[in-house]
Design a binder for this molecule. Structure first.
Ligand SMILES: NC(=O)c1ccc[n+]([C@@H]2O[C@H](COP(=O)([O-])OP(=O)(O)OC[C@H]3O[C@@H](n4cnc5c(N)ncnc54)[C@H](O)[C@@H]3O)[C@@H](O)[C@H]2O)c1
Ligand SMILES: CC(C)=CCC/C(C)=C/C=C/C(C)=C/C=C/C(C)=C/C=C/C=C(C)/C=C/C=C(C)/C=C/C=C(\C)CCC=C(C)C
Length: 596
């Protein structure tokens, strides 16, 4: 998988790093970063194929105008914020700050933006690197965070409404199609479990109660007291509802209303596809968010592929006068007197800013990018509550369209015989066929198959190149055979292109420790209570992405980006703040997290 540009992705060896470091410390000397005059050349934009205001082609090493600001100590400070990583979390934080007037620099290790929401092209096929199931892309309410993030930088994307979220193929021949229309979905579920009608209605109604409360709020940083208290004042019952559910998990609430073990296992599968853990381990707020948004805003697929979202955000960022550098591999967050002041790249370049935001996972941020003698207490607490989720084995295939029957749904979840395999590596299979919605992603007469299943790094360590390649082939063929037996007769002989990615691939290309999908609770969590927000124990350093509240998922990391930008903007004077209230709230939140 992702062979394109492989060599150019490898970090270059540090160039005269010591000399550069010495030079950088001398007051007044410029960094190696090329200077731009204020109001100088605008960022390059690719021409054809724009969606709204967003160009469709990836923009590589785009540069926007950069002002230099003298800091008094002689060193020039170029940015208000440096963002390490251009996943959706990092891009939303960066663009939200840029529209507030901040000067932002995004440093991305790869050639294009998006991280696990990126894309790649091969022989006329366009593949989404990760999920093709897009929540938060509707046109109403407050929770369409992807739509809002794009609108903030003046972009709209054409989307294709998916009539279904997912087709579940489960043990005991249980087949459930999650319709976009809520009543249709509920009617179908009740028809499968008529004796649980009341329980089904009560469980999903409780989800709607939470979703409606969330959807009524203006979403900003829960770490910023003026906003938070303002929301409590304006919407007291909605905020109290959310506070009540904050420490609760979906599985416990389901068990209050539902007794049938097969139906409870179905709720586990509903949660597993978005959290990679069962319902007892899935925070109720997160479960409600996805179980309702799919019917409220619906699942919508962006024309041209998921990669268009990141491209549009990156272009919007440059349009707003900020900057994104590709092939920029951050290896160190520079600390001065315990405060984060800049970032060093693998090639020795250094960049400085008032704040640094890491879109790398917390394991990468505190295990690799920050050098401190002792892990801060907050991070120890995070690692006490959360562990790295397994990674994925992913198979991207181009197949002949004759193998896909008419009216096939776009997304499928397959667990054949035994519920006990749900969370086991290779136990269940995810399949997306985005070409049933957007045929432009494949050459005529073909479809894209994106298959993935959980897989651990341990399985792929210590193999010779040949053994590794053979194992990939073997494991991938088993998964494809299972799909052939269950759903698509003749699948194997219809394959025209196949690329297999392992946890090692995800580690290499997404720079995620062990290729992890994100954090999962070590044991039964207290809902979302233990999940850290964006500030960290290090002054000037913030985290964004899936190891921050509310966790995994494109819409979830988009929310973390909105929260992060608001907190950073307050800290650098672009939004209202109160130092006294800040200190009190941050102490209270720290205390609550310890309770988790
Ligand atoms: N597997 C899937 O099905 C799938 C698909 C799409 C999205 N997602 C969701 O997206 C979420 C992740 O989004 P995110 O925004 O947190 O992060 P991300 O992992 O998508 O993006 C992080 C970005 O940071 C870059 N990066 C990391 N370390 C770096 C360094 N040291 N220097 C420079 N760049 C660096 C990576 O190259 C990557 O582009 C996941 O939770 C997942 O739920 C999952
Ligand atoms: C104390 C305090 C601070 C508080 C108080 C109270 C309050 C006010 C609160 C509030 C809260 C809030 C606002 C919250 C919010 C939240 C949110 C927004 C959340 C969200 C979430 C989301 C999510 C989780 C999502 C996810 C998703 C995902 C992961 C997806 C995925 C997908 C896939 C994987 C695909 C599948 C496929 C197939 C089947 C093929």
């Amino acid at each position: 998988m992702l062979r394109l540009g492989f060599r150019s992705l490898l970090p270059s060896p540090p160039l005269h790093a010591d000399a550069l470091r010495r030079r950088r410390r001398e007051p007044g000397l410029p960094s190696r970063e090329p200077r731009r005059r204020p109001g100088g050349r605008r960022g390059r934009r690719s021409g054809p194929g724009t969606v709204g205001k967003a160009p469709m082609r990836a923009v590589l090493s785009v540069e926007g105008p950069v002002e230099r600001v003298a800091r008094g100590d002689g060193r020039e400070e170029e940015y208000d914020a440096i963002v390490i990583g251009s996943g959706i979390g990092g891009l939303v934080a960066a663009t939200q700050l840029a529209v507030k007037g901040a000067r932002v620099l995004v440093l991305e290790k790869y050639l294009i933006p998006g991280g696990s929401s990126g894309y790649y092209e091969r022989d006329g096929f366009t593949f989404d690197v990760g999920s093709s199931v897009m929540f938060g892309f509707g046109d109403k309410g407050n929770l369409n965070l992807i739509t809002q993030a794009l609108a903030a930088v003046g972009c709209t994307m054409q989307v294709i409404p998916d009539p279904t979220t997912v087709h579940f193929h489960l043990p005991g021949g249980l087949s459930v199609l999650v319709h976009r229309n809520y009543n249709e979905f509920i009617r179908q579920l009740i028809s499968k479990f008529p004796h649980e009608k009341e329980g089904i209605l009560k469980f999903y109604s409780e989800c709607w109660r939470i979703f409606n409360a969330l959807n009524s709020l203006e979403l900003k940083s829960l770490e910023e007291p003026i906003y938070l208290f303002g929301q409590f004042f304006k919407k007291p019952s909605e905020c109290l509802t959310l506070a009540y559910y904050l420490p609760q998990n979906a599985g416990d609430i389901a068990r209050k209303f539902i007794k049938d073990p097969q139906l409870l296992s179905f709720i586990d599968a509903e949660c597993f596809i978005v959290s990679t853990v069962n319902a007892l381990h899935t925070p109720m707020i997160n479960a409600s968010m996805v179980l309702c948004d799919r019917h409220f805003g619906g699942i919508n697929y962006p024309v041209g592929g998921v990669g268009g979202i990141a491209k549009a955000l990156a272009n919007g960022l440059v349009e707003k006068g900020s900057k994104i550098l590709y092939k920029a591999y951050a290896t160190r967050i520079i600390l001065e007197h315990g405060r984060a002041v800049g970032v060093r790249l693998s090639d020795g370049r250094e960049f400085f800013a008032k704040t640094v935001i890491s879109n790398a996972t917390r394991w990468d941020t505190f295990g690799k990018l920050v050098k401190v003698d002792d892990l801060p207490e907050e991070e120890k607490n995070f690692q006490r509550i959360y562990v790295k989720a397994p990674s994925f084995l992913s198979i991207h295939m181009g197949v002949k369209d004759t193998v896909v029957p008419p009216n096939t749904d776009c997304h499928h979840f397959i667990l054949e015989d035994d519920w006990a395999n749900l969370e086991k590596p290779y136990g269940s299979i995810f399949l997306s066929i985005p070409t049933v919605l957007d045929s432009s992603l494949a050459p005529e007469g073909h479809h894209v198959f994106h298959i993935f299943t959980t897989s651990c790094m341990e399985d792929w360590k210590g193999l010779s190149h040949r053994d590794y390649e053979e194992k990939k082939e073997l494991v991938a063929n088993k998964i494809i055979s299972r799909l052939e037996n269950k759903l698509f007769r003749g699948l194997k002989s219809s394959i025209v292109l196949k690329e297999v990615g392992t946890p090692k691939t995800h580690r290499r290309f997404l720079a995620r420790d062990d290729g992890t999908y994100g954090p999962i609770p070590r044991s039964i969590p207290k809902g979302l209570l233990g999940m850290p927000f964006n500030t960290t124990a290090i002054d000037g350093l913030y985290c964004v992405g899936d190891s921050c509240f509310p966790g995994q998922g494109v819409i979830a990391v988009a929310f973390s980006g909105v929260m992060c930008a608001h907190r950073v903007a307050a800290d650098i004077g672009l939004e209202k703040r109160s130092a006294v209230l800040d200190a009190a709230l941050l102490r209270l939140l720290g205390w609550l997290r310890k309770m988790a």
